[in-house]
Design a protein around this ligand. Structure first.
Ligand SMILES: NC(=O)C1=CN([C@@H]2O[C@H](COP(=O)(O)OP(=O)(O)OC[C@H]3O[C@@H](n4cnc5c(N)ncnc54)[C@H](O)[C@@H]3O)[C@@H](O)[C@H]2O)C=CC1
Ligand SMILES: O=C(O)C(=O)Cc1ccc(O)cc1
Length: 302
C-alpha cells in the first residue's frame, strides 16, 4: 500500500497499541510508527521486537511530529492523556488527528468536552473489539484486528475527513469498521464485554476464597476454563473500565441479577420446564452467535 500518512504515534505501547503498530507497519499505511510512553523499557523492547520504528519520551515531540495520534493506554489514563494533549493541539493551526482504542467512549467524550468546551473536530473516538487476556508489547500480534470489528463513535462536531482517515487506518489492519453513537457503544459493550469480565472475576474470586478452593480448581473441567479465561485479564484495565462505564454496567448487572434470580427460583422449585426453556433459548442464541463468528472467520461454528 502507498503510505497514506507519514507518522502514526502510539501512546501506550501494550497489547493493543503494539498490535496496531505491527499491523500498520505491515500494511504500509504510514511511512513510520513511533511509540510514546512513560516507561522506556517497554518502548525499547518494542523497538527491539520491530513493533515500532522509533520512540520518544517527550509528549510534545509526539504531538508535533505525528499525523495521527492513537491513545492506547488504560481507559482512565486515556482521559488524563487527553488532558495533556488537547490544550496543546487546540493551540495548533493544523493539529494532528487524535483517536483512541479505549474500551469505554462516554468517559472520553465527557473529558474532551470538559477540557475544550466543545468537542474537537479532529478527535475521533474508536474501539477495536479484539484482544485477549494478555497484556504488554510482547503479546502484540500483527493480525489481531484481522476480521474483527472496530467501532468508531463519531459525533456531529467531527470533521468528516478525520473520521474517514481513522476508518482507513483500521481498514488497513484488516478490521471491519462500523459506526455507533457513544451511548449505544457503552450500553452494548457493558452487556457483551464488561459484564462477562465482571462475572468471570466474581466467580473465580468467590471460589478462590472458599475453604475447598484447591480441590475445586483441581477438579474443574474445560467449561470452567472457558468461562473463566478472561479472569486472567489485567486488573488495572478492568478496574478502569468498570469505573468509566459504571452507569451502563450497573444496568447490565441489574438485568443479569434479575435473570439469575429467576433461574435460582426455577432450580429451587424444580421447575424442569422453566429451566429447559431458558437453556434452550440460550443455546439457540449462542449457536447463532457461533455461526456469526464462523462466517467472519473467527472460530468454529460451535
Ligand atoms: N486488552 C484487550 O483485549 C483490549 C483492550 N482495549 C483497551 O485498549 C487499551 C490498552 O489495553 P492493552 O493494550 O490491553 O493494555 P496494556 O497494559 O497491554 O498496554 C497499556 C500501555 O499503556 C501504557 N501506559 C500506562 N499509563 C500510561 C501513561 N500515563 N502514558 C503513556 N503510556 C501509559 C503502559 O505502559 C502500557 O504499555 C485500554 O484502554 C483497554 O481498555 C481495547 C480492546 C481490547
Ligand atoms: O479476551 C477477550 O476475549 C476479550 O473480550 C478481549 C477484549 C477486551 C476488552 C475490549 O474492550 C474488547 C475486547
Amino acid at each position: 500500500m502507498k503510505p497514506q500518512v507519514d507518522t502514526v504515534a502510539i501512546l501506550g505501547l501494550g497489547l493493543i497499541g503494539g498490535s496496531l503498530a505491527k499491523a500498520l507497519r505491515k500494511s504500509g499505511f504510514c511511512r513510520r510508527v513511533i511509540g510514546y510512553g512513560h516507561r522506556e523499557p517497554s518502548l525499547r523492547r518494542g523497538l527491539e521486537l520491530g513493533v515500532i520504528d522509533a520512540f520518544t519520551l517527550d509528549l510534545g515531540e509526539a504531538i508535533n511530529t505525528a499525523d495521527i495520534i492513537v491513545i492506547c493506554t488504560p481507559t482512565l489514563v486515556a482521559a488524563e492523556v487527553l488532558g495533556e494533549i488537547l490544550p496543546q493541539t487546540q493551540a495548533m493551526a493544523e493539529p494532528p488527528l487524535i483517536t483512541d482504542a479505549a474500551s469505554v467512549k462516554g468517559s472520553l467524550r465527557d473529558a474532551a468536552l470538559r477540557i475544550c468546551g466543545e468537542f474537537p473536530a479532529y478527535l475521533v473516538l474508536g474501539h477495536p473489539i479484539a484482544g485477549s487476556e494478555r497484556s504488554g508489547v510482547e503479546a502484540a500480534k500483527a493480525d489481531l484486528y484481522n476480521n474483527h470489528r472496530v467501532i468508531l463513535t463519531p459525533v456531529p462536531q467531527n470533521d468528516a475527513a478525520a473520521v474517514a482517515r481513522v476508518h482507513a487506518m483500521w481498514l488497513a489492519t484488516g478490521a471491519d469498521v462500523v459506526e455507533m453513537t457513544v451511548d449505544r457503544h457503552d450500553a452494548v459493550l457493558a452487556a457483551t464485554s464488561h459484564l462477562p469480565h465482571l462475572l468471570a472475576y466474581s466467580l473465580v474470586d468467590a471460589l478462590a476464597q472458599s475453604a475447598e478452593s484447591d480441590e475445586i480448581f483441581r477438579c474443574a473441567a474445560g467449561g470452567f476454563r472457558d468461562f473463566t479465561r478472561i479472569a486472567s485479564s489485567d486488573p488495572v484495565m478492568w478496574r478502569d473500565i468498570a469505573i468509566a462505564n459504571r452507569s451502563a454496567l450497573l444496568q447490565a448487572i441489574d438485568l443479569f441479577s434479575n435473570h439469575l434470580g429467576q433461574l435460582r427460583q426455577a432450580v429451587s422449585e424444580e421447575d424442569a420446564e422453566g429451566l429447559h426453556a431458558t437453556f434452550t433459548r440460550a443455546k439457540t442464541a449462542r449457536d447463532d452467535f457461533a455461526r456469526i463468528l464462523a462466517d467472519r472467520g473467527q472460530g468454529k461454528p460451535n
